[in-house]
Design a protein around this ligand. Structure first.
Ligand code: HEM
Ligand code: SF4
Length: 554
């Protein structure tokens, strides 16, 4: 994990002091609302329906146990004892008092955390695969590159006032777990025939009001060119992106209006000016970044022997066996696994974690996973390096702490934005819808029978809950002042990136559960042996679902 040097500490502390003075001046009436607005946004602070919302940056989702304990302390002292894991791996506080935000930032700085650039029109938190560095299917570990991009983009003066916010995601596997096709820039690490490391570069993806799948602008960019190429893309965007209309300001709109070829050509032309400047990476710089992500002290373990033991434990305990299958992921090192802690038990808003739970995770990370955890874009938490022989004990501890719901990848492992409960932009509530669906589908065996279903809920078209890319998406809409929900089908946030299609007229809150039930039942009735929800949908088409849902409803 990256460790701050003296320079990092100094600039973050200076930023805290600067924001403290800005906040004080605002509270004293010396700074106007509109003057304070860009200053607070640069420090992750929104003003929301009931209270400010503070978004804390979690670079590519990596946290250590000291940071978790600090977050627990902050939620307890300055908030209501819980926080929220977001779809961009960040942590959000929903109830901080404005006058206390500088103190929160000061406490975060003590553990090498901040909220810089977590909102505003700048390059936001760089996100990645939660299994980065440990995934069995990984081609290249993305973390050093994420860190390089993070260091380059944080405080980059040229890109601090872009036409609109800018999001970059990096993945090192074929199976995309970072939604790289739905970011302003998606980078997929690959190796060419010669074994050289490079990136497939995807630009202009995004959700919100105009959802677009990103386009590949380069099939292979050598690793050392990554920053200069990003610089070229961002410069083209910064110079040509629209600033007159907020809704047309994202890079996706620019790529669309120019056409991908013309956009790519403009980037290549711009790149000619910068490709050989000192921003080009050197072996030394890449090794420096890699030095922060060395192997933890893995034991040498006989995989077969530990598997035999595990099998015996699983045979004796059905609940443990279910959890193993659902929440535990293969690891590239023999005798180790990655474990996903479900933040989606019935009755808890997806992604919410309490102060006590943060402390429990910190303790478990220290005990079982080299003191580190990762947050996921699907709003869960991962212990990346758990010994197979510890899985049973860990499961028992997770059960106690409320994280052992064996629903990862199932319908109830849903993504959900805060919606109308907190967010002033919402058209409808989304948390109660999530909760109703969790209750409606609380039979694990039934969920397993349904297989992999991504259900994503957003409270408005800004799409924080990624409804466009769920296999099933739910979107809160406003109908003459009442809360309604539009259902969409067929999206995918994986390597086969797809945007969902609208099923038809929207539904009232009380209808949503039965509509989702009918959709699921249509799949069950129509699927052929072994067919996933998404494949079935693609084969039978949206009409088959429409018929079932609307025939009964009318
Ligand atoms: C409660 C405070 C929040 C506010 C005011 C807010 C606001 C917004 C807005 C205005 C957009 C649309 C941007 C655009 O059209 O370009 C957006 C997009 C987004 N938000 Fe939020 N959001 C909030 C919370 C969250 C949370 C909790 C999450 C994670 C669960 C989240 C994740 C995202 C993501 C991933 C997008 C990207 C959509 C895209 O790719 O264009 N936001 N948010
Ligand atoms: S999708 Fe809309 S309602 Fe949900 S958090 Fe984003 S802006 Fe708020």
């Amino acid at each position: 994990m990256y460790v701050y040097d003296d320079y990092d500490h100094k600039i973050i502390n200076e930023r805290v002091a600067q924001f403290r003075s800005q906040t004080e001046r605002y509270l004293e009436g010396k700074l106007k609302e509109e003057e304070f607005l860009p200053l607070r946004l640069q420090n992750g602070l929104y003003v929301q329906r009931l209270a400010p919302m503070l978004r804390i940056a979690v670079p590519y989702g990596m946290l250590n146990s000291t940071q978790l304990r600090k977050l627990a302390h902050i939620t307890r002292v300055y908030d209501k004892g819980y926080c929220h894991v977001t779809t961009r791996q960040n942590i959000q506080l929903n109830w901080p008092a404005l006058e206390q935000v500088p103190d929160i930032l000061a406490e975060l700085a003590e553990v090498e955390m901040h909220a810089v650039q977590s909102s505003g029109n700048c390059i936001r938190n760089v996100t990645s695969d939660q299994f980065a560095g440990v995934a069995k299917d990984e081609v290249v570990d993305p973390r050093p590159y994420c860190e390089i991009v993070r260091q380059w983009s944080t405080f980059h003066p040229e890109f601090a006032f872009l036409p609109r916010k800018f999001k970059i995601a990096v993945s090192g596997t074929e199976e995309d777990r970072a939604a790289i096709y739905f970011h302003d820039i998606g980078l997929q690490l690959i190796k060419n025939e010669k074994g050289d490391i490079g990136f497939k570069v995807i630009v202009g993806g995004g959700l919100g009001r105009t959802p677009i799948i990103g386009s590949v602008v380069r099939d292979f960019l050598p690793e050392k060119d990554v920053l200069t190429y990003l610089e070229a893309i961002l410069r083209v965007y910064n110079l040509n992106g629209r600033r007159d209309n907020k809704y047309k300001a994202r890079i996706k709109i620019l790529v669309k209006s120019m056409g991908v070829e013309a956009f790519a050509a403009a980037v290549e032309a711009q790149w000619e000016h910068v490709r050989d400047t000192q921003t080009r990476l050197t072996d030394k710089e890449i090794s420096r970044a890699k030095s922060f992500f060395t192997e933890p002290a893995y034991d040498t373990i006989d995989e077969q022997q530990s598997l035999a033991l595990l099998q015996a434990e699983a045979e004796n305990n059905k609940a443990f066996a279910r959890w193993l299958k659902q929440n535990v992921q293969d690891h590239r090192v023999d005798g180790y696994r990655s474990v996903t802690l479900s933040l989606k038990p019935v009755g808890i808003p997806p992604g919410d974690v309490s102060d006590k739970q943060l402390e429990a995770i910190a303790d478990l990370a220290d005990r079982y996973s080299f003191g580190e955890v990762r947050s996921t874009h699907e709003q869960n938490v991962v212990l990346a390096d758990v010994k197979v022989s510890d899985l049973y004990d860990l499961w028992a501890a997770l059960k106690q702490a409320g994280f052992a719901t064996a629903n990862i990848g199932t319908l109830t492992d849903m993504i959900c934005c805060p919606g109308g409960d907190y967010c002033s932009l919402a058209n409808a509530k989304s948390i109660p819808v999530a909760e109703e669906l969790q209750r409606e589908f609380d039979d694990l065996d039934y969920l397993y029978d349904l297989g992999d279903i991504d259900l994503n809920i957003s409270g408005c078209m800004n799409a924080c809950g990624h409804h466009h890319i769920g296999h099933i998406g739910i979107l809160g809409v406003d109908k003459r002042g009442d809360e309604f929900y539009q259902v969409q089908l067929g999206g995918s946030q994986r390597y086969d990136a797809k945007l969902a299609k609208v099923l038809g007229p929207s539904f009232s809150r009380s209808e949503v559960s039965s509509v989702i039930r009918k959709i699921v039942e249509t799949y069950v009735a129509q699927r052929i042996e072994g067919e996933s929800f998404l494949s079935c949908y693609e084969r039978i088409g949206i009409g088959a679902f429409k018929e079932q849902v609307y025939v009964k409803a009318s």
